[in-house]
Design a protein around this ligand. Structure first.
Ligand code: ASP
Length: 322
């Protein structure tokens, strides 16, 4: 049964990024999440591990999957969960990130899950607050639980990572999902390729330790896994692509392009999808090749594992030391 064990899993009391965690810590989280997948598939899904603990979900950006799965994960572990909707909070009246978080901190949460449009926001809060902080996406920087759930999906399908060719395709420039996945997959021994038009490649792409392609077809040749990214229009100040139609022609995944990947290759997407822009519905909805719904299931399990792991470090009396 998951969580009966109190062996520490994470060395720090926050989960801010994949950058800061080791191969051993990642493996231990994935092992624990495997147990939570089993629990999630059983009739009785609830444990009392976080009974009496308070989890606050503080989301400054829209979210469907991440916020609801953290909520479900907290509830399945027995925590009291508060969802802060930024639109109805004082943030819309001009309260700063720190003011809002300090106010919430005074309510003595044990774990704060935060999503914010600025890179570094979660790290900043982890220095100011005295609870565990989980980064649920900070600007275009990191989204660690997404990379962990993707890793769980891959490991359960392929048994490991060593030597797998993973092609990450699309708006790499604005994608925190791509950054966290590149770091995680490289650490675990996979070969990562990124494919994007030049305008959507990060300036530091050659320092990421990946193979870089502007020709999607070449990037797909022989790939074991194809991970598609959303075109993040909300982070684009100007025009990064001539038109979405043109973009689909060169960088949209359809059946014909997918044929270039290895036989048996599967397709991932963190959601939300722009159908007909980066992915065609005939691929996205084909359960023979698409694991997109499985990723959502793995998201709940991985977030339970992360909350369980962080709660092991909480002092018996309550929160972390200031
Ligand atoms: N849901 C993911 C994120 O929050 C991916 C995306 O929005 O495209 O970064």
């Amino acid at each position: 049964m998951p969580g009966r064990d109190d062996t520490p899993i994470l060395k720090t009391s926050h989960l801010l990024g994949i950058e800061g965690i080791s191969v051993g810590e990642i493996t231990a989280l994935l092992d624990l999440a495997d147990d939570y997948v089993t629990l999630g598939r059983s009739a009785e899904k609830k444990l009392g591990l976080l009974k009496g603990r308070t989890l606050i979900n503080l989301f400054f950006e829209a979210s469907t999957r991440t916020q609801s799965s953290f909520e479900l994960a907290g509830k399945r572990l027995g925590a009291d969960v508060l969802n802060m909707s930024v639109k109805t909070s004082s943030v819309s009246k001009g309260e700063t990130l720190i003011d809002t978080a300090t106010t919430l901190n005074a309510m003595r949460p044990d774990i704060l899950v935060v999503r914010h449009q600025d890179s570094g926001a979660a790290e900043l809060l982890s220095r100011k607050l005295d609870c565990c902080v989980v980064n649920a996406g900070d600007g275009s920087h990191e989204h660690p639980t997404q990379a962990l759930l993707d890793a769980l999906t891959i490991r359960r399908r392929r048994g490991g990572f060593e030597g797998l060719i993973v092609t990450i395709c699309g708006d790499v420039l604005h994608s925190r999902v791509a950054r966290s996945n590149i770091v995680l997959l490289s650490k675990m021994g996979a070969r990562v390729r990124i494919a994007a038009p030049r305008t959507l490649l990060p300036a530091d792409a050659d320092r990421l330790g990946v193979e870089i392609f502007t020709d999607m077809r070449a990037a797909l040749a022989g790939a074991d896994i194809v991970m598609m990214l959303r075109l993040q229009q909300e982070r684009m100040a100007g025009a990064f692509v001539p038109s979405t139609r043109e973009y689909f022609r060169f960088y949209g995944l359809d059946r014909e392009k997918l044929k270039l990947a290895k036989p048996g290759a599967f397709v991932m997407h963190p959601g939300p999808m722009n159908r007909g822009v980066e992915i065609d519905s005939t691929v996205a909805d084909d359960i023979e090749v698409s694991v997109i719904q499985e990723q959502v299931e793995m998201g709940v399990a991985i977030r339970m594992a992360v909350l369980d792991a962080l709660s092991r470090g909480l002092a018996a009396g309550g929160r972390n030391a200031p």
